[in-house]
Design a binder for this molecule. Structure first.
Ligand code: GTP
Ligand code: SPV
Ligand code: MN
Length: 646
């Protein structure tokens, strides 16, 4: 059996390369048991992909998804019957899933890029240093890893075929994928997160598609007892990307970015590679529109690491009177320059897979409105009146309800030591339900981007906002991003991690080459380069409290950014970039007082340390692949910091 899978996977790969080598397939042919849809309606390439992998994974049945309401209802019924989800009766068509507690977040340590040359995927770190910029696996080694997992992995289960479009169906900026999965939970989630179904196959025609193979890794019958009826295989999990053939193979996890393959795997890892080849950008960024009281509107894109505030910013209710924020996307931006040199962005997704804890009527009323119907919640707590609960909702639930935690503990109370909801519990909800979606959020041409914003969780030393001096400096600011670790991946504790461009877990190729790509963008003949900024909502005072109130108040910072784009004289030079001149941030209506001195203070020793840490990181991690321009920016920062008086 071992060599069988290998040959099938290889043969697929060769064919996808466009080579004429005949298929070498020794698998026993058998009629597939079609329980929904029709293989004949697939294009020859899609059908071939399905059949080869059905022979490999040996599912009991095949179901070709059409994306219809009827199909969705049927899958929700099956998931409910099998105990994977339960209805939250307080809302319309809302569901709660609880995973096996060992399958709750992305597993970066088991996520790989596979290219012939290691250095195409990741920089080679300095001798003796453990690389942190992604994992590489040689194609032959990957073949044997896949071969140890995929043959027969769907036995007793249904293989679903999901044709999906990242971006509006038919837009020249969109790309199509086909995901094969043995998880119905993944199907109903992909239906929310992407445009999925029959119309995508029509749009595909004879074009190429990204091949996404996913299995939870628990063939039936299984002797292992399932936890919460949630099949997964954490010990053997692997998430692998093969850029040469635009293939993704994911095994063992059923949650989030590990299994919804259109999201991080396709839109960011493979997406960033396509973007480099084709001269555009695939980024971990929200996109929002902001309109001031004069009716002037701009769009900005912002990159913050996982669980650092993208969804919240993208959907905020601005506290500045007369301002309006509209949402285009909350997690991923695909951006390219149009023929006039204007950078334009689309959100390739159709839903939000948002962090639940912290979301409340106070912090994010628009998200609360969005998730009231047609939403799948995972690993949140439930209330006895059929509602959801998580940290942050204490004041918004009826008095006499009891709470059952995500781990199934009844009568959970705030006094319990453990959280009611997992910190990476999430809602999966259609973007179209968000009350502040931008009129152009599905515009196939994308929206014009005026500014790019980087940011992270920096408890110390980093001011609320600053502007880069120019494009190269801005790229350096993105490259030197750092942030406190969050629960979105398997990291422990609140360490400050380097997370360049908020892309560290999502680079599809060598980060050194990625910086080069960003630097080169400005060489385009007619390009208007957006201004680049850095923000930090998370600076803390000596008592460990956030200095800045954040959320809706962040509109004040967006307004300053937009006025800078318009060239207003409201900034002054500092050692790290332009910072707001005194009283230039609009403070009208801000409740309570904010210690602006503490918020904008630039301690020399802190920045000396920062320069040292960035240098060490670049030297050790990116090593030979750091572009000269980035070293120059580091030297310039160093000189500015050193010449600063204490
Ligand atoms: P991913 O979906 O993982 O990529 O995360 P994200 O960047 O969209 O993060 P999200 O907006 O979901 O925020 C994560 C957490 O940060 C939530 O618990 C929020 O309550 C909190 N948060 C967001 N914005 C702010 C802010 O302005 N200030 C403070 N103090 N916390 C915030
Ligand atoms: C993130 O971790 O940045 C997410 C969640 O948006 S996941 O889709 O699981 O990657
Ligand atoms: Mn994200």
């Amino acid at each position: 059996m071992a060599s069988l899978g290998l040959k099938i996977l290889r043969s697929c790969r060769l064919l996808q390369n466009g080579s004429k080598i005949p298929l070498y397939c020794t698998a026993q042919s058998r009629a597939f048991n079609m329980i929904y849809g029709d293989l004949n309606k697939l294009t020859p390439d899609v059908r071939h992909y399905v059949e080869e992998n059905a022979k490999l994974c040996q599912p009991e049945n095949i179901h070709v998804c059409d994306g219809s309401e009827k199909e969705n209802e049927m899958l929700l019924y099956l998931l409910q019957r099998d105990g994977l989800i339960k209805r939250l009766r307080k809302y319309e068509n809302c569901w709660l899933a609880r995973t096996d507690p060992s399958d709750v977040a992305r597993v970066e340590s088991k996520t790989f890029m596979s290219t012939y040359y290691q250095r195409d995927s990741i920089p080679i770190p300095k001798t003796g240093v453990q690389g942190q910029l992604g994992n590489w696996i040689a194609p032959d080694d990957l073949d044997s890893e896949l071969n140890m997992r995929f043959p027969g992995c769907m036995r007793g289960r249904t293989m679903f075929v999901i044709p999906f479009s990242m971006g509006p169906v038919g837009s020249p900026l969109s790309k199509i994928g086909v995901q094969l999965t043995d998880s119905a939970y993944v199907v109903v989630s992909m239906r929310v997160m992407t445009r999925m179904g029959a119309q995508v196959l029509d749009a595909l025609g004879d074009s190429d598609f990204v091949k996404c193979l996913h299995s939870v890794g628990v063939p039936l019958p299984t002797s292992k007892g399932l936890v919460n009826n949630w099949p997964c295989n954490p010990k053997r999990t692997i998430i692998a990307h093969i850029p040469e053939t635009n293939e993704i193979c994911s095994y063992g996890s059923g949650y989030g970015g590990n299994s919804l393959l259109g999201k991080k795997c396709f839109s960011l890892r493979l997406g960033s590679i396509m973007a480099k080849h084709e001269g555009w950008l695939a980024e971990h960024m929200l996109i929002l529109g902001i309109e001031n009281p004069k009716g002037e509107k701009k769009y900005v894109a912002a990159a913050f690491p996982s669980a650092c505030g993208k969804t919240n910013l993208a959907m905020m209710n601005p506290s500045l009177p007369g301002y309006k924020i509209t949402c285009v996307g909350d997690d991923i931006a695909w951006m390219r320059f149009d023929e006039h040199g204007q950078l334009r962005a689309i959100n390739p997704e159709a839903g939000f897979f948002g962090v639940a804890p912290g979301t409340s009527a106070k912090t994010n009323p628009n998200a609360m409105e969005t998730i009231k119907k047609n939403t799948i919640f995972t690993n949140v707590a439930e209330t006895s009146d059929g509602g959801f609960f998580w940290e942050g909702l204490e004041e918004e639930i009826p008095k006499f309800v009891s709470i059952k935690s995500w781990l199934g503990v009844s009568d959970w109370s705030p006094e319990s030591k453990k959280n009611s909801a997992h910190p990476n519990s999430r809602f999966c909800t259609p973007a179209s339900q968000c009350p502040i979606m931008d009129d152009h959020w599905e515009d196939p041409a994308g929206v014009p981007i005026s500014a790019i914003i980087f940011g992270g969780r920096r408890p110390e030393g980093v001011p609320l906002v600053y502007e880069s001096f120019d494009w190269n400096h801005g790229v350096f600011v993105g490259a030197s991003m750092r942030s406190e670790a969050t629960a979105a991946a398997e990291h422990k504790g609140k360490v400050i991690m380097h997370d360049p461009f908020a892309m560290r877990p999502f680079f599809g190729y060598n980060f050194g080459h990625y910086m080069k790509h960003w630097l080169c963008l400005k060489k385009r003949p007619n390009a208007t380069m957006p201004k680049i900024f850095h923000v930090n909502w998370f600076r803390k005072n000596d008592q460990g409290k956030f200095i800045w109130p954040g959320f809706g108040e962040n509109a004040r910072v967006l307004d300053w950014i937009c006025r800078r784009v318009d060239g207003e004289d409201i900034a002054e030079k500092s050692m790290i970039g332009y910072v707001p001149k005194p009283n230039s941030l609009l403070m009208e209506g801000l409740e309570g007082s904010v210690d602006m001195q503490a918020l904008f203070d630039l301690p020399k020793e802190f920045w000396e340390r920062e320069v040292k840490d960035i240098r060490k990181y670049l030297e050790e991690q990116v090593n030979e692949d750091v572009p000269d321009e980035i070293w120059e920016e580091l030297e310039k920062l160093h000189t500015r910091v050193e010449s600063e008086k204490l």
